[in-house]
Design a protein around this ligand. Structure first.
Ligand SMILES: O=C(O)C(=O)C[C@]1(C(=O)O)C=C[C@@H](O)C=C1
Length: 268
C-alpha cells in the first residue's frame, strides 16, 4: 500500500513543515469520508455486538456488524502490506495475516514503539463523534438497506482518523530531534505533563480548528444550492471532533511515543 509519508527521504519525513502539510491533507480525507457517512442514518444496530447475526462466521460472531466489516477489511489489507507502513495501525492486531507480497523494507524513521490508540478512537467514534455528525438524522428510522454502506463509510472514517492521529509519532520524533536534551530529561523523569506542555503549540491548534471550520462550511455546500439549504455535514460537530478527540488523541500518541523513545535501541 502507498504510504503518505515520504519514506524515500527520512530527513524530509521528519521535517515539521512536511508533517504538518500531511496533517492538512488528511483533514480533507477525513472530511470527505465523514460527509459520505453522514448521508445515512445513525443505524445504531450495526455497532451493537450480536445484534446482527453474521452468517458463516463463528469466531467473530460476538462482534458488532461494523467491527466485523472493519476486521475483515484489515485481514485482507494486512496481506497487501497496509500495516507494514509506519503510519498505519490496525484496530484488530489479532486479525493480521501473512503477506502475499514481498515484505517492504522501510528506512528507519521512528523509534521502536507499540503505541496504538485505535481502541480508544473507535470507542469515541461510536459513542461521541458519529452521533454528533449524524445529529438530526438520529430520529430518522434505521435504514436496514444502508447497513453495508454505513459500515463501509465507517471503515474509511476510522482509518483516516487513525492515520491522522498516529502521525503524532512523526511529529514527536521531529520535536525530540529538535530538542533532545530537554525531552530526554522529561522522559527520564516520566513527566507526562511536562512532555505534553513541551509538545503543545496552542497557536497551531487554533489554526487547525479555524481551517477545519472553513473547509467543513465549504465542502458541505453545493455551489448550486440555496444559501440556507441544509448542509451535508454539521460544521460544529466536525470542529468539536477535532477539538475534543482528534487533537487530544494525537497528543496522547506524541507523549506515549516519547515515553518509549529512550527505552529500546531498535528502530522501526
Ligand atoms: O503540529 C504540531 O506541532 C502537533 O503537535 C500536532 C497538533 C495537532 O494535533 O494538530 C497537536 C499538538 C500541538 O499543540 C499542535 C497541533
Amino acid at each position: 500500500m502507498d504510504s503518505t509519508i515520504d519514506i524515500s527521504d527520512p530527513a524530509r519525513a521528519l521535517s515539521l513543515p512536511h508533517i504538518r502539510y500531511q496533517l492538512i491533507r488528511l483533514e480533507d480525507t477525513v472530511l470527505f469520508h465523514l460527509i459520505e457517512r453522514a448521508q445515512f442514518p445513525l443505524n445504531p444496530t450495526i455497532y451493537t455486538p450480536g445484534a446482527i447475526t453474521i452468517a458463516h462466521s463463528s469466531s467473530t460472531s460476538a462482534l458488532s456488524f461494523m467491527d466485523w466489516v472493519l476486521r475483515s477489511q484489515e485481514e485482507l489489507q494486512s496481506k497487501i502490506r497496509r500495516y507494514q507502513s509506519p503510519d498505519e495501525h490496525p484496530f484488530f492486531p489479532d486479525a493480521m495475516q501473512p503477506l502475499v507480497l514481498p515484505e517492504l523494507k522501510y528506512p528507519r524513521i521512528l523509534w521502536g514503539n507499540d503505541v496504538n490508540v485505535n481502541a480508544e478512537l473507535k470507542q469515541r467514534y461510536v459513542e461521541h463523534i458519529l452521533p454528533a455528525v449524524c445529529k438530526g438524522k438520529k430520529e430518522r428510522p434505521e435504514a436496514q438497506e444502508n447497513y453495508g454502506s454505513s459500515a463501509t463509510a465507517d471503515v474509511a472514517c476510522l482509518q483516516s482518523l487513525s492515520r491522522r492521529i498516529h502521525f503524532g509519532k512523526f511529529v514527536a520524533e521531529s520535536k525530540f530531534l529538535a530538542e533532545p536534551e530537554r525531552f530526554a530529561e522529561l522522559i527520564k523523569k516520566e513527566d507526562r505533563e511536562g512532555i505534553d506542555a513541551a509538545i503543545t503549540n496552542a497557536k497551531v491548534e487554533q489554526k487547525v480548528l479555524e481551517r477545519l471550520r472553513v473547509k467543513a462550511e465549504m465542502y458541505g455546500v453545493d455551489s448550486g444550492m440555496d444559501a440556507d439549504a441544509p448542509r451535508k455535514i454539521d460544521v460544529e460537530a466536525v470542529v468539536a471532533m477535532y477539538r475534543d478527540h482528534v487533537i487530544p488523541l494525537t497528543k496522547v500518541v506524541e507523549v506515549e511515543y516519547l515515553m518509549q523513545r529512550l527505552k529500546g535501541t531498535e528502530w522501526e
